[in-house]
Design a protein around this ligand. Structure first.
Ligand code: GLC
Length: 485
């Protein structure tokens, strides 16, 4: 029997995405379908999707959803993205905006509506009755409780089970009890510490962890880390209590999209067998595009990131002047926290010759940077998985990472005695460790061509595809269903 999975997410690349969650939704379901799982995605119909995909959207039906004292219109549309059926929930009041997220308390209401609309759509309206609902992050965390309270206890969807994937524990969906209880129409029995409450207030992510059959996170190391106080964001005790059902499954990347041998975006194609000339051409083109001196031998460092404290921007800012005093070039691409945006622009002001701060979100430029630079920096404070380091390696750009979460699981740090590695690592949250590692990488790049080349080739040859992970998810789905029988 083909397992039927409804993959619920607030983002899906290329329709609407702010980062890693969107990338995962844009590639994991496709990989699972190749494994024979009937996966379909459901997400909000944001304004952008409505405008750019108007001709592909097929209207299925509309209904009214109860939301506390309100009754709200909910439209159900459908389209296909790379062979994956995608259902979209329409409501202009909630989703007819330019951005995916708006502000904290409105987002609580928007995704409360979304979760209720998802459950209403399941079955006859969608023409799809999933065996498993695969949830992602806080925006979907209340679904297991809503499913039980509003459906299963009345005899509907009795066989359906939930699995939640944690992409980031920092955001949990916490709001006042009265508001949430009203939006969700939940009886008091669910407003308890064993169900939806954490320290007296509703917490969507906590509810999802407690009420799902399985919890996965996006790398094995992060799965261990979140059981500790430092990484647990207050949920470590809960996760430890549910340890038996928590599993780390490493993310993959879209290896067809991120392929230097066939990427139409970059100046020259290259492969692990012949990369030196092609990558050199890409570097020159990038320097030209960014108006940097065209110096082939100067190490070009890059960073493509959300400008968020999670990403270790503070470590870099602390030592960046010292690094720029050397013969190096640095380019940072990203948007986010306005104070980081400003400080990075100030750095460029101080170092107009060898620093570029590109404060924008540009997927195309991102690929030209991955291909054209030599060293990629990812000094994250915590990193559930991280995709950029894998993309960088695929383009033969060696990452410098702090060895945490998925960074520890995907990058093999340089070992000069064995002459092996696919990047560079440092352990502590310490700016000078980053600086020291960056200087070490630059020196190796300049002076030891043969070792560098060996690393580039092993980085490029790594398997970053979804194949193995998709198999692991498939096994997990089966396990859940076997238990349910
Ligand atoms: C979040 C995490 C990142 C992870 C991504 C996809 O963005 O911060 O580490 O790779 O989700 O799972």
């Amino acid at each position: 029997m083909r397992v039927k999975v409804l993959f619920v997410s607030s983002e899906m690349s290329p329709l609407a995405s702010t980062g890693g969650l969107g990338d995962v939704t844009g590639s994991l379901p496709e990989a699972l379908r190749r494994e024979g799982v009937d996966v379909r995605v459901i997400m909000p119909l944001y304004k952008r999707i409505k405008q750019s995909c108007a001709s592909q959207l097929r209207f299925l039906r509309w209904s009214m959803i109860r939301l506390g004292w309100r009754t709200m219109y909910s439209g159900l549309f459908m389209m296909e993205v790379n062979g994956v059926p995608v259902y979209l929930i329409d409501n202009d009041f909630y989703f007819g905006h330019d951005s995916i997220y708006i502000d904290y308390s409105f987002d609580i209401e928007r995704f409360s509506f979304f979760q209720r609309a998802v459950l209403e759509a399941m079955g006859e309206p969608m023409g799809f009755d999933p065996d498993i609902i695969h949830l992602n992050d806080w925006q979907t965390g209340m679904i297991p409780i809503l499913l039980e309270a509003h459906y299963q206890s009345h005899g509907y969807h009795r066989q359906t089970r939930c699995l939640i994937t944690l992409h980031n524990l920092k955001y949990q969906g916490i709001h006042g009890r009265e508001v949430v209880q009203d939006l969700m129409d939940l009886p008091d029995s669910y407003m308890s510490e064993t169900a939806a409450l954490k320290d007296g207030v509703p917490n969507f992510l906590k509810a999802g962890i407690a009420w799902s059959s399985r919890v996965t996170t996006v790398s094995p190391t992060y799965a261990r880390e979140i059981m500790s106080e430092y990484f647990g964001e207050g949920l470590d005790e809960l996760l430890k209590a549910h340890q038996w059902k928590v599993k780390g499954i490493l993310n993959g990347i879209d290896v067809d999209l991120y392929n230097p041998a066939r990427d139409p975006e970059i100046a020259a194609a290259y492969s692990p067998k012949a990369w030196i000339r092609g990558k050199g051409t890409c570097k020159k083109a990038l320097q030209e595009e960014l108006d940097l001196p065209k110096l082939p031998k100067t190490p070009l460092f890059s960073m493509v990131t959300r400008l968020d404290s999670q990403k270790g921007i503070d470590l870099l800012l602390h030592v960046i002047d010292e690094l720029l005093a050397e013969d190096v070039q640095i380019v940072v691409l990203g948007t986010g926290d306005p104070s980081y945006e400003k400080r990075l622009q100030d750095v460029q002001g101080r170092h107009p010759v060898n620093m570029r701060s590109m404060i924008q979100f540009d997927r195309h430029l991102a690929r030209r940077i991955y291909a054209g630079s030599d060293i990629f920096m990812m000094p994250s404070i915590f990193e559930p998985c991280g995709l950029s380091q894998m993309i960088a390696m695929r383009y033969g750009t060696l990452p410098i990472v702090r060895q945490t979460g998925g960074l520890a699981d995907t990058v093999k740090p340089w070992n000069k005695f064995e002459q092996t590695g696919t990047g560079f690592g440092f352990l502590n949250i310490n700016a000078h460790e980053l600086l020291y590692t960056a200087k070490e990488a630059a020196a190796l790049y300049r002076n030891e061509k043969a070792s560098w080349s060996k690393m580039v080739v092993s980085a490029m040859q790594g398997d970053y595809s979804w194949n193995r992970s998709a198999e692991e998810y498939k096994t997990l789905y089966r396990e859940i269903l076997d238990e349910a029988r």
